[in-house]
Design a protein. Sequence first.
Length: 269
Amino acid sequence: MEVEGVILILSCKKHRYGRLKNINLKHQYVGWKVIKVIGELFLKNEYELVDDILFVKCEDSYLHLLKKLALSLKYLYKIFIIKQGVLRCGDDLIFNEENLIKFLESPKYDFYGRSECQGKYITDEKLLENLKFNIIYDDFMLKYYYMHKNELIDKEHGINMRLEDLIKYLIRPDLYGPVGIIYYISNKSCNIIINTMEEINYNIFHLDEYSKSYPYLIEDGGATYIMYRNKIPYTDNQNFFIESYNKIDENDERYKNTISIHTNFEKDK
């Protein structure tokens, strides 16, 4: 089946009947299919597409989000002939459908989203030819799992480690691109992500020789590192999303321009 692209909603089992059920999207827009993804570690097959939900044989954990994304892309390209690329989305978004359609019908870049780190992302391809960067200690995942210790030993999550074990993997490249809430990756970029993750056997705990760190534990950071290492620059557009924890004001100028609103429902993810 040929499609213009896929609007990919990454989620998990615990949000199947909440966020995924309530997300304000139709099944397709101007030739773009809406597909929701859930990890199912004990799936018999590599993947199963049931209505608009793609189940992938993968740990259903926050830690394995980049693996889930890469496997989702791999199977989407088996199921569909994709002409443009994938709009990768979280499950805690409210979409401005009019602006979503405008975006889908507009020209796009290979790696395209909204960054909250102005000046830290790389837009010049020449700067990627001999990529140099610092290494930082990032405790983002440590803070999450400190609040969700049970997920480190949950069989469905397939991790089975202690917080003390997780700490040693928290060194990553000091590089920034789009926030993982919503961003666009072209066919070229999608295939680079798939190929890179296949080369390391989808191991998010892989020690990367070039960076001497663990770049793949945080999904958007891992995707950014993969893009930059493959000389794909980032293009910024602040209209991909806005933050709003209150009732939406449709007269807000930001709402008139944005593709989506990040509500951050159930802030514990």
